[in-house]
Design a binder for this molecule. Structure first.
Ligand SMILES: [Zn+2]
Length: 400
């Protein structure tokens, strides 16, 4: 069955095996990055369109006037008046925090102690993990997300539960066991060797099975010893086709703390780079502040929202790529705002939005809402610049 709620329906439920099914409605597709190109180039819209599926796979997409004649009437689901879009892809989410949605934001390090770690301890119980994986996958589908890059708990059984549930739904899940051997409660820690061994076994069990893919998952620099980061880098060299996911530069306090833990590193990104964890299949979550690029007070840094003339200290080629970011997570957790457009103009690699389950939001896993939030943040920043300019004009400092 299709799963529907809040105006979003995941299409996975209508691709019944063994025959033709078809959907009619307004087809929307995204061909390019709307932050970088005009909306009319980034999107296509077919006001009265049809998607034809055969044996569970899309066979044809086009105007109803072209395709409708070939579709048996009883195979057609009519969603006229609704939008039909490809499944959303969530690039960063923690399924083990599903039960603590809307735990309102303190700063990151306090928030981990108070909310996230206690919730994750429960995933040592395989039955609890299975129950939460079911809720999580159903929530993803209810919100139109069919692919997600997911952090699990430190326990391998939490990963098994998620992949097994995703397999039942035919979802593309990319996930990994969190690696964490310091600065966390004892029961949530592994060791460099155990983390390596358990991740390796999970790769063998799940990577490439059906639609499942594995991601080596050090939680963040501060929760892994250099030995564990080394082991993760070794594992990636041995399995270069898996992904790496971690966090970077969530807020200033965390960045300053991380700088103390890794005094030899040139900057936050350099920590991961030194351990062989940066590459095209690495996804770095947050990057809320560009303290990622340099330790505060030591060398250069710039704020993504600042006009380009204020970031003149940044030299070409020094900016690494950050693969995704969470405007709302930043706001609610008190970690700062993202200026999506300004950041994208500087970084020409792929970016994505992720809803960052939990951080104070009632919508659990809502990529579509996140895109809207990104637009609102962008507008607020733009308006802030504009108001500043009005005030400076009023004070005779600039011409409007
Ligand atoms: Zn996260």
């Amino acid at each position: 069955m299709a799963q529907s709620s809040g105006g979003v329906t995941a299409l996975s439920g209508v691709t019944a095996l063994g025959g033709v099914t078809a959907l009619r409605g307004t087809l929307v597709n995204c061909l390019d990055d709307p932050f970088l190109t005009d909306a009319d180039k980034a999107f296509t819209v077919e006001r009265d369109g049809v998607v034809v599926c055969r044996d569970g796979k899309i066979e044809a997409v086009g105007p109803a006037s072209d395709l409708l004649a070939g579709v048996p009437l009883d195979a057609l689901s009519d969603y006229s008046g609704c939008l039909i879009a490809p499944g959303f892809i969530d690039t960063h989410v923690h399924y083990v925090q599903t039960g603590m949605v809307a735990s309102y934001g303190t700063q990151l390090l306090d928030w981990l102690d108070r909310y996230a770690f206690p919730a994750e301890l429960e995933f040592a119980d395989a039955a609890h993990a299975a129950a939460m994986a079911k809720v999580f996958c159903e929530e993803l589908l209810r919100n139109g997300t069919t692919t997600a890059l997911v952090f699990c708990a430190v326990y391998p059984q939490s990963v098994d539960a998620l992949f097994a549930e995703a397999e039942r739904h035919g979802m593309r899940i990319i996930a990994g066991k969190v690696l964490m051997d310091r600065n966390a409660p004892q029961k949530l820690r592994d060791t460099a060797q155990r983390g390596y061994d358990e991740s390796k076994a999970l790769i063998a069990r799940w990577h490439g099975r059906g639609r499942s893919l594995y991601a080596i998952t050090p939680r963040f620099a501060g929760s892994s010893t250099p030995a564990q980061l080394d082991a993760a880098g070794t594992l990636w060299r041995e399995h270069p086709d898996v992904l790496v996911q971690t966090h970077i530069a969530e807020n200033r306090r965390e960045v300053e703390w991380t700088a103390e833990l890794f005094p030899q590193a040139k900057n936050y990104l350099d920590i991961y780079d030194q351990h062989g964890l940066i590459g095209r299949r690495a996804v770095l979550a947050h990057g809320t502040e560009t303290w990622a690029y340099a330790w505060p007070g030591r060398t250069i840094w710039f704020r993504p929202g600042a006009p380009s003339r204020e970031s003149g200290e940044v030299r070409g080629g020094e900016l690494p790529r950050l693969d995704q970011h969470h405007p709302v997570a930043g706001v609610v957790a008190g970690d700062g705002l993202h200026a999506v457009r300004a950041l994208l103009r500087r970084l020409d690699e792929l970016h994505a939005l992720g809803p960052q389950v939990v951080v104070g939001l009632p919508a659990v896993v809502h990529v579509q809402a996140e895109a809207g939030h990104a637009a609102l943040v962008e507008r607020a920043i733009h308006r802030g610049h504009h108001l500043g300019r009005v005030r400076r004009a009023r004070d005779g400092q600039v011409d409007l």
